[in-house]
Design a protein around this ligand. Structure first.
Ligand code: SF4
Length: 286
């Protein structure tokens, strides 16, 4: 059943994130622009900020590709409207597609038919996390653009390939595909026992704010060194060369099997669109 208040809250969230950049991304890009010294890189950042400003003035999405919508629902076991959550989110997507508007990007596989409203079989993609004893619902959303999704990969390495194998995989993929993904990029890396775990963690890594660091020192240091190395490739803003190519590298890990070391890679573009809304048990929102 559709709960209008949940639908309203999620629709408002989609509107907000499709039209304005998250503060961490916007601030990070401004700092990167200041660090560039070539006129071309500076001009390209100027185009990005112009684009963002015009989107706000015209109340329109910051990119024509409004992506595939992906939801991360973190629900308390005591949230009273749990039965309505999924239907309400789907309805919010339909409504947002029409009202904002968003480009319809859901094409049914094999039929190759665009559904016209960004919903379809398992679309929007929804992941659930259950929190015992809690009575709130947090709805997180990420809009995955086509260009940046092209770089997504997951692979299971032999454990002897080690962390050097993970670094090689990430660098090879970003070198080959990073330019298609409208840099500067957010690079999400997932590590775990199998490909689906690593892929899911790499997407989760994209949701971590720019400027945040993994609390584990070895992982934090790897994030820092990978950013340094990827910047040195010189892809630059919009792939036209520059001092920095990535906004950050975020790594999320799960324990792996002794015989496997799986790595997943997800990439997000300069127009990273993500955010969340907290819906409380009385349906008030934050
Ligand atoms: S990669 Fe990002 S900025 Fe580029 S077209 Fe796709 S959504 Fe837009």
């Amino acid at each position: 059943m559709i709960n209008e208040r949940i639908t309203d809250a999620v629709c408002a969230l989609i509107r907000k994130i499709s039209i304005r950049l998250p503060d961490d991304v916007s601030n990070g890009l401004s700092e990167m622009a200041k660090r560039e010294d070539s006129p071309r890189a500076k001009e390209l950042y100027g185009c990005i900020f112009d684009n963002v400003k015009k989107a706000a003035e015209l109340n329109r999405p910051i990119c024509q590709d409004t992506g595939a919508l992906q939801f991360f629902l973190k629900t308390g076991t005591k949230f009273p409207y749990l039965d309505d959550a999924e239907d309400s989110v789907r309805e919010a997507v339909r409504r947002a597609t029409k009202e904002i508007p968003l480009r319809p990007n859901a094409v049914e596989s094999f039929e190759e038919r665009n559904t016209g409203d960004n919903t379809g079989t398992r679309a929007p993609w929804t992941e659930w996390e259950i929190v015992s004893g809690n009575s709130d619902l947090r709805v997180g959303v990420y809009m995955a653009g086509g260009g940046c999704s092209l770089a997504g990969r997951a692979k299971v390495l032999m454990p002897l390939e080690g962390y050097a194998g993970i670094v090689r995989f990430v660098f090879d993929t970003v070198t080959e595909w990073g330019v298609n993904a409208c840099p500067p990029l957010i690079v999400g890396v997932g590590i775990g026992a199998c490909a689906p775990t690593a892929a899911a963690l790499s997407k989760k890594a994209l949701l971590r704010p720019v400027g945040s660091f993994n609390p584990i020192a070895k992982i934090r240091e790897t994030e820092r060194r990978m950013k340094e190395g990827l910047d040195a490739i010189g892809i630059g803003p919009l792939g036209m060369s520059g001092k920095e190519s990535v906004q950050c590298v975020n790594i999320e890990c799960a324990a792996h099997h002794p015989a496997t070391l799986a790595v997943g890679l997800s990439v997000s573009c300069w127009a990273t669109r993500r955010g969340s809304v907290l819906i409380k048990s009385d349906l008030s929102t934050e």
